[in-house]
Each structure stands twice: as C-alpha cells, then as structure tokens.
Design a protein around this ligand. Structure first.
Ligand SMILES: *Cc1c(COP(=O)(O)O)cnc(C)c1O
Length: 360
C-alpha cells in the first residue's frame, strides 16, 4: 500500500535521548528548555528575527488575527485547507473570497482591489504547496488601503524568496508543524513576525495573557506546546537536509517520468526556492483524473484531491460563492504520494500506472 503521505519518523534512540532529559528535569510544558531551544534553532535555520512555537498551525492563525486586532472582512483564498477560512470565522470576522491565479494557484492579486470595502481589515493568503504568493503585489495593495497581511505559510517551511525566508513577509506568517507536513513536531505551529511589539503581544496571548503570576496583559488563550513535541521538532530538525534531499530526488523523478502526461504542475514563483512539500498535478481533464484515481486505488496507491472542493463552496457556515478559476482548478487537481520513506521504485510504479490510464 502506498499512502499519499506518511510522517517522517527519526531514529527512535535520538528521541529517547530527549525523553531521558525530560524525565530528569520533570518539566513537561510551559515554554520549557526544549521548546526554547527549538525556537532558537529554528530562528537560526530559517534566518528569521522572531518566532514562536505554538500548539498548531490553526491556533497560530487565530492568534495572528487576534494580535492584529482584525475586525470586519478579511480577504482570503478559497483554495486552501479549511483552517485558513475557519480561523477567520472563529475570530468573529467575515471571509471574503478572491479567485486564484490559474498558474500559481495562489490568490490573484489583480482581483483583490475589487473585493476591498470599507469593512476590509486584512488579507489572509496561503502560499499553496509552499509556492509563494505574489508578495510584492499584495504588499503594495495592503499599503495603499492600509490593510494588514497574514500569510498562511503552513506549506512553506524553508522556502526562500528574493534571498530571504518567505516567513518574513506580511505582518505575520504562520506555519504548521503537523505530522503530515514536510517538517514536523507531531503537532505544532509557528508564528513569525518582524515586529517586536507584535511578538510581545503574541507571547502574552500564547500564555493565557499572563503578565506575571497575578496580572494579565492581553486576552489570551493556551497556545503553548509541550516538551515532547519540541523534542520531536529538535530531532527532526537534525535530519532536515536528508528529508529535503530525498523529497527533491523523488520530485525530480516524477517530473522526468511524467513529461508526456497530460497534466501540469503549478508555476512556481520565479524568485523562490522549492521545498518539495507536495506533488500536485493539474489535469487537463477531470475524467482522466477520476480514472487515474480509480486505477491507482485498485492498485493500493492513494492520492488526495487537495484542495477540493473550493472553500467558497463547501462550508456549512458560509454562503456558497462560485469562483471561476478556483472551481475549474479544484476539480482537476490531485496530489500524488510524496514522503521521505517513498522509494524511487514506488514513484516509478505510480508513473507507469498513470501513463497506462492515459494511453488506454
Ligand atoms: C495543515 C494546514 C493548516 C493547519 O495546521 P495544523 O497544524 O494542522 O493546525 C492550516 N493551513 C494550511 C494551508 C495547512 O495545510
């Protein structure tokens, strides 16, 4: 059986080492030494100024909206994971969907201005599959209309653009360190901002708003993460180069084998590095895609229609809104298996199965 994804698991002994330390210190959570160490190492690895390790990528988004004090409407993308939209609603704001660009599959900046009203407070965009949004165009619009920008960078761990971390763009960027992501801590998330005041506010918010044992600075929540998760993050970070190398190898093998296949991969940002987080294919034709899914499933190979359906058209708490490009693309996009343990032979098999369906 070949699943669409599988979490990376480091050598058990390396995790065990960290557990021994946890047992000695008997410090399990609340910004412990491992969580602090992970923050320092990630800041260094990612080359970002400030970073907070939090419970997960969803709470990271909610904390970002809260810290920026956003109200009213937030312009966002319908082509993302459900948390990108639900965090907006959860924070009492209203998502306003803007269609995506057919090549990058990210929010189309040329369509943002038309969606701005006097209630708009921010833009929340996703770097889909780790492929950066047009951050410069978005920044320009945000400046012109005095809007805040949050990037859901859950897929974008390690990506650099114009030579610096993609996490440094926007007022706040968030990342997910969930088990299925490229780099993970089991459960976990990151919040990145360049602004020291925002950082301070976010640090209060992460810890119930506590400012010392008997006073409060903010309306907070429990956004902390544990020493067990930090340990997983630390061990995995030591293997990040192997993880990246393997994913690159598999991706390039897919590319080479699928040259004659009637599907395309999204157009990557010209000035950005790749992180090989996913292997998405946009099919020319939905019928061929459905046939491929069926054939692969019959051979115990599992794919995922990621993202389908459109968030603008499928959530029970949101009035459905058709969007031309999103609706066309989300019907024809499929992510193929990609994970550290996947072998070249397995990729070869997957490609042969796909080509067989096409050529039949
Ligand atoms: C995974 C993911 C999230 C949520 O992160 P969790 O850590 O699972 O809460 C949010 N947005 C996108 C685009 C994601 O892929």
């Amino acid at each position: 059986m070949i699943p669409v994804t599988k979490p990376y698991l480091p050598p058990k002994e390396e995790y065990q080492e960290y557990l021994n330390g946890i047992w000695q210190r008997q410090w399990l959570t609340n910004m412990g030494p491992l969580a602090n160490d992970l923050e320092l190492r990630l800041k260094d690895y990612l080359n970002v100024q400030h970073l907070l390790f939090v419970t997960n990528g969803t709470i990271a988004l909610q904390m970002a909206i809260k810290a920026l004090g956003l109200k009213g409407e937030i312009i966002t993308t319908p082509f993302s994971f459900v948390a990108t939209t639900s965090c907006i609603v959860w924070e009492g704001c209203q998502p306003v969907f803007v269609d995506i660009d057919k090549d990058s599959l990210n929010i189309d900046p040329s369509k943002i201005e038309a969606a701005i009203t006097n209630k708009t407070s921010a833009i929340l965009a996703t770097h889909v599959y780790g492929n950066p949004c047009d951050v410069l165009a978005i920044e320009e619009i945000a400046k012109k209309y005095n809007l805040k920008v949050i990037y859901d960078a859950a897929h974008a761990f390690g990506v650099k653009i114009h030579g610096k971390s993609i996490f440094e763009y926007g007022d706040i960027s968030t990342c997910s360190l969930h088990a299925t992501k490229l780099y993970h801590s089991g459960e976990g998330g990151l919040i990145i901002t360049k602004c020291p005041e925002l950082l301070k506010k976010l640090a209060f918010i992460r810890n119930f708003g506590f400012n010392g044992p008997e006073s409060f600075a903010e309306l907070g929540i429990n956004g902390k993460n544990s020493e067990f998760h930090a340990a997983m993050g630390l061990v995995n970070l030591a293997h990040i180069n192997e993880i990246n190398d393997k994913r690159k190898l598999l991706t390039e093998y897919y590319n080479s084998k699928l040259k004659a296949f009637q599907a395309r991969i999204p157009t990557w940002h010209k000035y950005a590095t790749l992180n090989y987080a996913y292997y998405p294919l946009v099919f020319n034709d939905e019928t061929l895609m459905l046939k491929c899914i069926k054939h692969l499933n019959s051979m115990e190979v599992f794919t995922r229609r990621y993202f389908y359906p459109s968030l603008a058209d499928s959530l029970p708490f949101i009035e459905p809104k058709p969007l031309e490009i999103t609706d066309l693309i989300s019907k024809r996009v499929l992510c193929l298996p990609l994970y550290y343990d996947l072998s070249i032979e397995e990729v070869d098999l997957i490609c042969r199965l796909l080509l067989r369906v096409q050529n039949n």
